[in-house]
Design a protein around this ligand. Sequence first.
Ligand SMILES: Cc1ncc(COP(=O)(O)O)c(C=O)c1O
Length: 485
Amino acid sequence: MQSSSPGRSPEALVQLDRSRPRSLRSQLESALRHAIRTGRLAPGTRLPSSRALAIDLGVTRGVVVDAYDQLRAEGYIATRPGGGTTVNPHAQAPTEPSDRAPGSTAAAPPTPALYDFRPGRPDLSLVPRQAWQRAWRDGFGRLPDGQLGYGDPKGLPVLRQALADYLGRVRGVIADPDHIVVGNGFSHGLSLTAEALQRAGIDTIALEDPGQPGLQHVVEGAGARSVPCPVDGDGLDVEALTSAGHRAVLVTPAHQFPTGVVLGAQRRRALADWARAVDGFVIEDDYDAEYRFDRYPVGAVQGVLPERVVYAGTLSKSLAPGFRLGWLVVPPPLLDTIVARRGSTDLETNAPMQAALALFLERGDLDRHLRRTRRIYAGRRDALVAAVGRFLPEAELEGVAAGLHVVLRLPDGTDEQALTAAVREQGVVVYPMGDYRRSAGSVPGPALVLGYGNLTPDALAAGVEHLATAYRGLPSRRASRPGSS
Ligand SMILES: Cc1ncc(COP(=O)(O)O)c(C=O)c1O
């Protein structure tokens, strides 16, 4: 339906077409976004109430509420308590190319990111705030005065017990609460582990290639040397690790980052054999294992090799990175060094925060949250799979149905960097595999790593549609549109 009001009111700028497959909410969202970006809705413009706009456009109020919510999350609009909804005064209207003087060489300002496929990002709006607030209030209430002083660097006993129960039940981890060290996320635990390994005479850690580049920086920041170790369709190449002669490795067995493969059963055995043979250690990064959609996740490697695995978990994917909470389950040879290092640097993690997490686990709040978000993320993954099948059938999705990202394998010869740059001009941000490769040859062929956790099904479809358009516009592809050959 078309609105009939003249002028530059939002109603006049929105045209909804019910014959298009794209949802009304998504159409409304992009029309408003476009109007703000081009300055047709000026900063500070007051938008009609959701009820009034819904009546004017002939849609349900929920359609407008959802579109407003999304634009608010993207920073285009703001709602002041009691003050209605307005175009955010800080929303910049980028200069359109046609607005520039002919011959001007001024670079265009970057297009705002409309759809950001950053891998591994959970949807922060799904954090169960009420349950956490209850756990925070009640956990703090039951915290004895004595535990508000300087405590055990390993963490609150009540939290270590709750983690031991949870990890044993959900991940098959063999966890004695006395071997658990609570810290500020995985990165903190990795840094402590890299330091402890050096004290034990191990100054080089092998890292999966491709892998998360940030973790290389953490390892090197802790003074250790990092070396790449290849990954294939079965996960870490243990034979390559063995022949390189190193004694420590960081691995993501449940869901390799970023390729999305699972460490195969034979490889797990080979990894255990390697660790025993070289008197070495495995750092198991279990960052997103709670999210497996097609079956129960494979258990942690730590469960079969507790004496040689430093198991590491985090709330960064299951809840949100801002919690800065993670945990290590440490084998005896490294325990004292890690605890001493913890005690002599930042002492321990915020006690009320730990008390809240303990109760959150004990009450089953994390289990409930995971059951809910597993359904949501599985739905988003399905939406991404469907969108790729529909708009970009010449590409292939790789990686098991797990976590918050997939690998999109592009047809041979595609320039992944050129595609990334081209689609960025449409406001779509994608991440080429090259950002995660350390050696040029690791995981050959062009590919993108696409996160789907923080995009709605409509946004995923719209983003992939833009990606397909950009792909077809690449110079080397112009001659080979699907169906034209
Ligand atoms: C492979 C991998 N492991 C672990 C993490 C979590 O790190 P942290 O707990 O420090 O937020 C991330 C975050 O992006 C990651 O990509």
